[in-house]
Ligand binder design. Structure first.
Ligand SMILES: Cc1ncc(C[n+]2csc(CCOP(=O)(O)OP(=O)(O)O)c2C)c(N)n1
Length: 329
């Protein structure tokens, strides 16, 4: 016998008072950073948006035919053209005299590498699109291949670690510097470990005229080799070590950073993840790689003045402000 539920789903939703652009019940892995990030991005935008979504995990786990977890108009683009498709959607909206923002969603493979041409064109032509890159540092949907965003020394299926080499032999591409060179009104990095900061940046990105870019660090338990329940901890450590600094840029210049009150050694971040397991072997090459990664984090801390919250002690009045004078990126 089926009992009537005391409240309909529609009523329940209305009472929840929180718009969920991405519904529960999709097929993401446990602890997927992208799933969290996409939900929070849409909570920050509200329902008045359209999404162009490149091929990748997010598209695959949210839309197993004939289902969809999206509660906003959503279009699947190709792997390589989310920027171009979003630009077309925005132009069509304008031509029809309609309001509402257009978002482009893509993974790091679809952004740093194969979709970069379409993204760059979209930024250069000044389309009013917020482009969000969910960075899980690999081509995860197709089996954890290395991407231009995979960090140096990480093991993937196409950059394995073994006797001959210590995982990936190239640096993570500095996508923010490349985006900065387009001089768009707003670009920022964010992390799933800091949802309030992430949402504030989404709101800020929607306020500006023209294109904006948000780069979200989103752990992938399967590809990074950690328990799903550790995703937030792993994401937090990426920030706290200086490996993934949280920055805001206006017209290509850094105007805000999240301060690091307690800087953690990179080994705290790396040792939680199977993709860096080889770095903790007792051999000189492993130690060298660890030192190299620590040097990259130290460089970020220095370059963005992260310990001081980005404030230059020489010319700042309040040390706790996180907005600061413009500095070339
Ligand atoms: C032109 C083209 N090349 C390759 C593929 C196969 N492919 C689909 S998704 C994907 C990886 C996506 O990686 P990323 O953008 O980082 O997103 P993730 O799956 O990691 O979220 C690849 C290689 C494709 N669909 N189209």
């Amino acid at each position: 016998m089926t009992e009537e539920l005391p409240i309909s789903l529609a009523e329940l939703r209305a009472r929840q008072g929180r718009f969920r652009g991405l519904e529960a019940g999709h097929r993401a892995c446990l602890g997927c950073g992208q799933a969290l990030a996409a939900r929070w991005v849409l909570e920050a935008t509200g329902p008045e948006v359209l999404v162009a979504n490149a091929t990748g995990c997010l598209e695959v786990f949210t839309t197993p035919w004939p289902e969809s977890a999206w509660r906003v108009p959503w279009l699947h683009s190709l792997f390589e053209n989310a920027g171009a498709v979003a630009a077309g959607m925005e132009a069509a909206r304008k031509a029809q005299g309609k309001t509402g923002k257009v978002l482009a969603f893509a993974g790091d493979g679809g952004t740093f590498d194969i979709g970069f041409q379409a993204l760059s064109g979209m930024l250069e032509r000044g389309h009013e699109v917020l482009y969000v890159c969910y960075d899980n540092e690999g081509y995860m949907n197709t089996g954890v291949q290395r991407s231009g965003s995979t960090p140096h020394a990480a093991a993937t299926t196409t950059s394995p670690a073994g006797r001959e080499r210590m995982g990936k032999r190239h640096l993570k591409k500095d996508i923010l510097a490349i985006i900065a060179s387009h001089r768009i009104a707003y670009a920022a990095t964010a992390s799933v470990a800091y949802p309030a900061d992430l949402k504030r940046k989404v709101r800020q990105a929607l306020l500006v005229e023209g294109p904006s870019f948000l780069h979200i660090h989103a752990p992938c338990p399967l590809g990074w080799g950690h328990e799903g329940e550790l995703s937030i901890e792993v994401a937090r450590l990426a920030v706290q070590t200086g490996l993934f600094p949280l920055l805001e840029l206006e017209r290509g210049q850094v105007v805000g950073v999240m301060p690091l009150r307690e800087v953690r050694p990179v080994s705290d971040y790396l040792k939680l993840q199977g993709r860096f397991r080889h770095l903790f072997r007792d051999d000189p090459q492993a130690r060298e790689e660890l030192e190299h990664l620590q040097a990259l984090a130290d460089h970020n801390i220095e370059a963005f003045n992260l310990r001081q919250g980005g404030v230059d002690p020489e010319d700042s009045e309040g040390a706790d402000t996180v907005r600061r004078g413009r500095r070339r990126f």
